[in-house]
Design a protein around this ligand. Sequence first.
Ligand SMILES: N[C@@H](CCC[C@H](N)C(=O)O)C(=O)O
Length: 280
Amino acid sequence: MGTFAWAKGHGTENDFIVLPDADTRIHGDLDADFVAELCDRRRGVGADGVLRVVRSTALGINDGSTWFMDYRNADGTVSEMCGNGVRVFAAYLVREGLVDPAEPEPVSTRDGVKTVAFEPDGRYTVDMGVPRTLGDTKVAVGERTWSAMHVETGNPHAVAFVDDLADAGTLVDEPAYDRAEYPNGVNIEFVVPRGEGYVAMRVHERGSGETRSCGTGACAVAVAAAVRDGAAPAATNAPATYRIDLPGGRLDVTWRPDGRLLMTGSAAIVADGELSWHGG
Ligand SMILES: N[C@@H](CCC[C@H](N)C(=O)O)C(=O)O
């Protein structure tokens, strides 16, 4: 692997290495071992994941987008979507002058197009689409087991309400979950209510371990909280809005009566460079 440009960014401290690769000529298919080494916090640069910036047409994608977000977890695995990642991706596009922040930008992902709007306060609002609720499941840490709700927000989640966020322990190891229910793995959220329309959460992400924030996870938590609170828009015909505190910051999620989720949060590009990669 030779020399290439990169940037570092984060959305509520969920951090990413951004790899510009408009025409796919620099990184090709992006090797999983390379991603894992790059994301390793001791052997590599360190990040929760990689966002490769590819022109949609270079991949034959014709969905109204100009840019495709090729997201990879820290262990090199592919996921369908990354909610914090898509805000950081949009921040990178704006910073590079590749999109006009006066207009919402449709970004192509493996879970379809996610449109990002640029808010006057500098935050980003993502139309995260329509979630799916798939009933109850169980998650466990050590001897403790909790009932959880299976929610899909482009990727799979299990949302468990707990008495105290510390109940989830260190989250160094992946919590146990129903492997028949989630054959491709799962992101697991632990949640405590903080007040009306207000919760706090921790997350163990598939492929990345405990992270300081997860956008798709916050959306899954908003859905589970709304169902639990009897505030689901399908029942009330009114939007359900939740403030969600995560270790890395705050996300605001609204579940609209048309079924769509809107997530608002910050994103920042914090470093740029050219990397001569000698890893391995
Ligand atoms: N941190 C992301 C989610 C990234 C993907 C996830 N680990 C998976 O494998 O599904 C977010 O902000 O949504």
